[in-house]
Design a protein. Sequence first.
Length: 238
Amino acid sequence: MLLPFAGIYPSMVATGALSSLPSSVALGVVVFGGPAAVAIVLTELTTDRKRGLQIVGLIGVVQLPAAALTATIATASRAVLWVDGFAVLTMLVLFVIAFEIVNSSTPQWVPSLLTIGCVLICLLLLDVAVSVASGEVTLLLPGDGVVDWVRTVVITERVLILRSVVAALAGLSVVAATVVCGPVLLGRVIIQRFKIGCAIALCLIGLEVASVVTDAPTLTIIAVSLVLAVDVDNLGGE
């Protein structure tokens, strides 16, 4: 649930993935509370509900401030980024992640999420370094108005920061709901169906980031995939 902060989430925020409240909720569900987190809770979390919720709460204590901070930094960095290029790159990365989600055995040529995140961070830093070296932007040093600059960014981008927190809350809510309903869901949910829905949603988010499509029904697709993931034949099981 915290891995997306290592590259992919900052890149998505910087390229406009949080364009609306529904898209923020959809992004949070897929990125922070996606099929990997749900599968781990259903199959590997051996503690009781109370302990499980405590674990989710501890993650939230880190995740929510990190989401706000990431939105602040990513938004401010747009001034020094080649946004169009990063939008296309982010779309391609999301396609790769979607491929990983639906494939249980990923080919060796497909990079891991950690590798993808590290590459994105390096590219972001390189873009900033080039902008500074070329004189397009000037770095602020302590005492040069950094605090005022941060305050200005927070005030002017408060809506985007709020959407980032909403995205984190959406992911936490999905995981918390899975913890609470785990005993009921286990054996009655087909994770692969939810994975396919999340993969399609990720691809749509990528297409929106790259401005290929607009107003994609991402949240609807996630909701439908959740419904379809329920194994009707086993609803009356033990």
